[in-house]
Design a binder for this molecule. Sequence first.
Ligand SMILES: [Zn+2]
Length: 169
Amino acid sequence: MKETAQAAPALAGAAAYTRPAARLLPSPTPESRAFWTGGRDGKLLIYRCRGCGHFLHPPGPACWRCRSTDVGPEAVSGRATVAAVTVNRQPWVPGLPPPYAVAMVELADEPDVRLVTNVVGVAPEEVRVGMEVEVFFEPWTPEGGSADDRIWLPLFRPVAAAGGTDGAW
Ligand SMILES: [Zn+2]
């Protein structure tokens, strides 16, 4: 028997997103930990070079542009644009039922920074290149892990599906 999840009211054109039973989880490194845990505070943390001001991803010990080692995580807006998308129809991950959209998104703060993510809250086949999306976070604790191992997966959804409450900026 399956429990019926209470879906959030869907907006026109939006598809209700239901958290899957499982996801492939990353193993954070000292440098990527901020990226995977910034969602605890609702922040998408991307490494930024204080030498040249550019963001870089994946995080590393030095800026690939100017070689500065003065790099560290900083919050970005969380807005992005879909640069490429494919719809996965294979049940690769037990507990993560297809179809779902796997997209490469370019951050509004730094289009050179591209993340591979899922775009949800919209039918997978309706995700388009050029679509404006924004980040939200899904907390997960790895199997056998403790609260300290918790990570916040950055996922994206169409900006219009967010409820239009962003007048406070
Ligand atoms: Zn730099």
